[in-house]
Ligand binder design. Structure first.
Ligand code: GLA
Ligand code: ZN
Length: 691
């Protein structure tokens, strides 16, 4: 990471502080006679930067090999004149019609085997060599043209790779790419046949070219092949990006390079995608989460369900590059909508979302978007200006937020987010559970999300880590639905617990090897001794219900198991909960095993959300996690530290004022006032306290 960003650019805004505050701007979609006014108004808000051009391929290359950047140079110059730095987006998410018409093999084929068509965006294949060549060509021409342009500070490669109507491609080019990837991974067919167990259903391959991709074939695919295909698609996208990255490093050595993605979309392994980029940037649309939650259930959506999704996205973004500060490349600024409008952010919410990103370790926020499009598929997606170019409802709030954050200064904004708790997010588990859910309603991401939602009120800071991350910095590590366990991961968990850590996991632990075969030993396979239990039976839950009664240590009202119950037989572990129904009544449901200096806890039942949010914080508390300040439900707390100082962010995600009791005196560093005793936090309000 090359902070401060300004130091390496020729933009004279060093006085603006260490953060990027900006807006996503579309000069390509705006009459040129409005650019000057736009640049002036963008500067007046206090923004330091814009991101532009990520969908402007048709204007930059109107015919094959004919490049026109003069208009974009004029746009950059106009912005630069107003001291606005520019992040340029490479345009490979939306090829122009001449390209689609000429190159008919570039289209993505979806999981049903249907080819996509041009007319939208993100309809191309990540493997196709022609599409890669043309994408690299336009990006290279752009890079050469802007490498030394005053005002340009960095790059965003492509736009939200894989976020489209279908997330993966199954075309002929991907099949060939998959076969080559398999050859590099396994070397020979004998190993592949053995690893996948292709003898089942007569699938023994005698030539690499016979290996299919998981398209409809009258029966489910081999799970090992399907898991490798998901890994291949992740790799294909990372290497698609890698070609542009390698070129940009050479041509624009003074610019930073990032990408914008949706943190919790599991098609690409984000840790791979961001490995060689300068920092993580991603897009955050809480109003969109709200719409999704409304689609999933008719029950009212509690405010902390939405805020937890954003918080988890932020923690994920920070964790994807081992704690480095991240940026929000697109933050919702108005009603989010494509065909339907999402909710208008309430007064205070855009400010709250901005502070939430900073509270979780963000170093910058770009609002999406400056104006609201008057044509195209996103006319309903509101920006900072309305269709008539008047200020949108949250315009003044964004201006105030930018001013406040700049005034906070570098010390707070460059401080470090510290976490004592970790939550594992493992792509292999996500992919393998999607391929074979075990119960038709079971999926990985919602499990991780409900565990995150249950532990976040502990307010101890949560890092989202990978299966092989170093767990030593944490007091407690949670790993829900850890269905796939590799030998390397088992060894990490073993030594973490041995040296004093608390590891909390749940049903289906270690049922699969990392080649997606069932393990041949009693479950939980490689971790049987660490957990101190054997899974005697596993039970998907349909009509016959199951419940859990807790022991005195957890002392919670009885729980219901929603989708699953692993029936546990202890060999040394203490029983913290027992099943209540049917033949398994009285058998162990939750256990805690002392192993080495630490403890390994197995939650065998898929606990209802309310019970989960009682049990997990109580386990965290017994692992020594202490709440800094008691806050009511719907108020989020995070802490950042630097040089022995600590700042506590209080974020009220509810519409109502909340009262919080302080045990000692603090300074509110935004309002510059001293606080004691009971304080009030207005609806959607924010406070940053320093002891
Ligand atoms: C995404 C994209 C943007 C735009 C917004 C709003 O995050 O990156 O181009 O489509 O959503 O839909
Ligand atoms: Zn393809």
């Amino acid at each position: 990471m090359r902070l401060p960003l300004w130091a390496q650019t020729n933009v004279s805004i060093a006085s603006e502080g260490p953060l990027l505050f900006g807006v996503d701007y579309y000069p390509d979609q705006t009459p040129e006679d409005l650019w000057e006014e736009d640049a002036r108004r963008i500067a007046e808000v206090g923004f330091t930067n814009v991101r532009i051009a990520e969908f402007a391929w048709a204007l930059m290359e109107p015919a094959e090999g004919k490049f026109e950047f003069a208009w974009l140079h004029r746009a950059v110059e106009t912005l630069h004149k107003h001291n606005i730095a520019v992040i340029l987006g490479t345009p490979s998410a939306a090829p122009p019609p001449w390209l689609s018409a000429k190159y008919q093999d570039i289209f993505e084929v979806n999981a049903q085997g249907q080819r996509l068509y041009p007319g939208g965006r993100r309809f191309t294949c990540p493997t196709n060599p022609t599409y890669r060549r043309l994408s690299l060509k336009i990006a290279s021409e752009m890079a050469r043209s802007f490498a030394d342009s005053p005002g340009v500070v960095g790059w965003q490669i492509d736009n939200e790779l894989t976020l489209g109507s279908s997330m993966r491609c199954y075309c002929n080019a991907c099949q060939t790419g998959f076969q080559a990837w398999l050859r590099a991974k396994y070397h020979d067919l004998e190993t592949i046949n053995k690893t996948w167990g292709t003898v089942f259903w007569s699938q023994t391959y005698t030539d690499f070219t016979q290996i299919p991709v998981p398209l409809p074939s009258g029966g489910d695919p081999n799970p090992g092949l399907a898991l490798d295909y998901d890994r291949y698609q992740s790799y294909a996208n990372v290497s698609f990006q890698g070609e542009q990255l390698e070129m940009l490093r050479k041509v624009c050595p003074h610019h930073f390079i990032t990408a914008n993605n949706v943190g919790l979309l599991d098609t690409i392994d984000m840790r791979d995608l961001y490995r060689d980029l300068d920092f993580v940037a991603f897009d955050n649309y809480p109003g969109f989460f709200e719409m999704l939650l409304h689609q999933q259930s008719s029950a009212p959506v509690p405010p902390d369900a939405i805020s937890a999704l954003s918080a988890m996205g932020h923690d994920f973004a920070r964790g994807a590059k081992s704690g480095k500060p991240f940026m929000i490349m697109e933050e919702q600024s108005g009603k989010a909508g494509q065909r339907s409008f999402g909710p208008q952010p309430e007064k205070g919410q855009v400010r709250l979302w901005t502070y939430q990103a900073i509270a979780h370790g963000g170093m910058g926020v770009n609002y999406f978007r400056w104006d609201t499009a008057t044509s195209g598929a996103e006319e309903y997606w509101h920006g900072m200006l309305n269709h008539d170019r008047s200020k949108s409802p949250a315009f003044d709030e964004m201006q105030q937020t930018v001013r406040e954050l700049k005034a906070l200064g570098g010390e707070v904004l460059n401080s470090k987010y510290v976490a004592e708790t970790a939550l594992v997010f493992d792509y292999d588990c996500s992919w393998a559970v999607t391929i074979q859910p075990g119960h038709f309603s079971l999926s990985y991401l919602p499990q991780v999300q409900s565990w995150y939602g249950a532990i976040s009120p502990s307010h101890s800071g949560i890092d989202i880590v990978g299966p092989l991350s170093d767990m030593a910095p944490y007091k407690i590590v949670f790993a829900p639905l850890q269905y796939v366990v590799s030998e390397a991961q088992a060894a990490k968990i073993r030594s973490f617990v041995q040296s004093g850590g608390v590891f909390v996991t749940g049903f289906r632990l270690g049922a699969k090897t990392d080649t997606s075969q069932m393990v041949r030993t009693p479950l939980p396979g490689l971790l049987r001794d660490v957990m101190g239990v054997t899974v005697e039976d596993y039970v998907p839950i349909y009509s016959a219900k199951q419940g859990v009664k807790f022991s005195a240590m957890l002392a919670c009202p009885d729980a219901t198991c929603t989708l699953w119950a692993d029936i546990l037989q202890t060999s040394g572990a203490d029983v913290l909960g027992t099943y209540t129904a049917g033949a398994h009544a009285g058998k162990a449901a939750i256990t805690a095993n002392k192993f080495g200096k630490g403890k390994a806890i197995y939650i065998g039942g898929d606990l209802d959300v309310v019970s989960l949010s009682r049990v997990l914080p109580s386990l965290a508390a017994s692992a020594g996690i202490q709440q800094l300040i008691d806050v009511p439900r719907g108020v989020e707390l995070t802490a950042r530290t630097a040089g022995g100082k600590q700042w506590i962010f209080l974020l009220n995600h509810t519409a109502d004022a909340q009262t919080i009791g302080l045990a000692k005196s603090f300074i509110d560093v935004v309002r510059k006032e001293t606080l004691n005793g009971k304080i009030s936090l207005e609806g959607y309000g924010v406070r940053i306290l320093q002891a």
